[in-house]
Write a protein that binds this ligand. Structure first.
Ligand code: NDP
Length: 303
């Protein structure tokens, strides 16, 4: 799904891929409803009134409804206690209409995020962040995997087909992106290097890679001379530059120097419009899959 060329590189159109995936998900909902008498349900929990989080929660809700699923939104005040958050999550664990639970992060500072996340039933953990989900991924047994790295994997497989034997370098080792990305690539039989802020000779290491995934949070850090000609570059980073003169907002850029790297790579994801749109599409995919497994049905075909 490469509509454009930048430099020498195909531009991987994550927006179009995600739209097609969302459409396929919506197409699979009626069969689930016919088999179970209900549609898959996703509950999103927002604690506090962080404006950016409220926007994310709103767009997740809209996308859920657009896919024909049930969306449940729960808001707790910024003053909510750990016990109140965990009690709500326990209620959602027990709610038969809820197949997926997403606790919007970050939580207000007085709350223990890890403890709250660990309360979520792993079979409803559509963000893939509970210790059980991470353990299942590490063990290679079926579970729910974090949405952003899963979206990256889908884009890579769409471009390359079988990833077996590819050299993959993931830059960034966060729980949310880098670590699960490395596990997913390992599961797809890549030879994986997981780099981070203490990695020595990072450009040399990245230069070995057939597949580069940058998830660092540093604007345009990965340069053209770090990239092996013909590599595939997936840019997870979202960074806002300082506004140029006269502009209210700065430009959004990734962790990769897009123009430079596009001259060397075989394919690259743009920012915005690359990995970003895949995250919500994969959240819906996880909800659909969780619903099937909870209902004792086989995983839906092609997901
Ligand atoms: P974190 O801040 O949690 O992790 C950043 C990682 O980058 C850390 O492992 C850190 O290493 C590593 N790092 C920092 N500086 C360097 C360096 N100079 N050289 C090598 N490695 C370095 O970020 P996230 O993983 O949550 O997010 C990464 C980026 O992806 C951000 O821009 C974020 O906005 C974006 N993002 C985009 C999403 C999307 O939907 N497109 C979803 C999630 C995130 P160490 O562990 O040693 O500190």
């Amino acid at each position: 799904m490469d509509a454009q060329i930048a430099g020498n590189a195909h531009v991987i159109d994550g927006k179009a891929f995600a739209a097609a995936l969302r459409e396929r998900i919506a197409g699979a909902v009626p069969a689930f409803a016919a088999a179970t008498g209900r549609v898959p349900g996703l509950a999103v929990v927002l604690v506090g009134d962080d404006p950016a989080s409220a926007v994310y929660v709103g767009s997740k809700g809209k996308a859920t409804v657009a896919a024909g699923m049930a969306s449940f939104e729960y808001r707790l005040p910024a003053t909510a206690t750990q016990e109140e958050v965990e009690a709500l999550l326990a209620t959602l664990n027990a709610d038969e209409a809820v197949d997926g639970i997403l606790l919007q992060l970050p939580l207000p500072g007085h709350l223990d995020e890890q403890r709250a996340v660990a309360t979520i039933d792993p079979d409803k953990d559509v963000d893939g962040l509970t210790p059980v989900s991470a353990g299942r991924l590490a063990l290679g047994i079926p579970g729910l995997v974090p949405c952003t790295p899963y979206g990256c994997l889908l884009l890579l497989q769409d471009r390359l087909g079988d990833l077996s034997g590819k050299d993959a370098v993931v830059v960034g080792r966060s729980i949310l992106v880098g670590k699960p990305m490395a596990q997913l690539l390992l599961g797809a039989n890549c030879t994986v290097t997981l780099a981070h802020s203490r990695t020595r000779d990072l450009p040399d290491i990245v230069r070995r890679a057939d597949i580069v995934v940058a998830a660092v949070g540093r604007a345009e850090m990965v340069k053209a001379d770090w990239i092996k000609p013909g590599a595939i570059v997936i840019d997870v980073g979202i960074n806002r530059l300082a506004p140029e003169a006269g502009a209210a907002k700065g430009r959004l850029v990734g962790d990769v120097d897009y123009a430079g790297v596009a001259a060397v790579a075989d394919a690259i994801t743009p920012v915005p419009g690359g990995v970003g749109p895949m995250t919500i599409a994969c959240l819906l995919r996880n909800t659909l899959v969780a619903a099937h497994r909870r209902a004792g049905l086989a995983d839906p075909d092609g997901f």
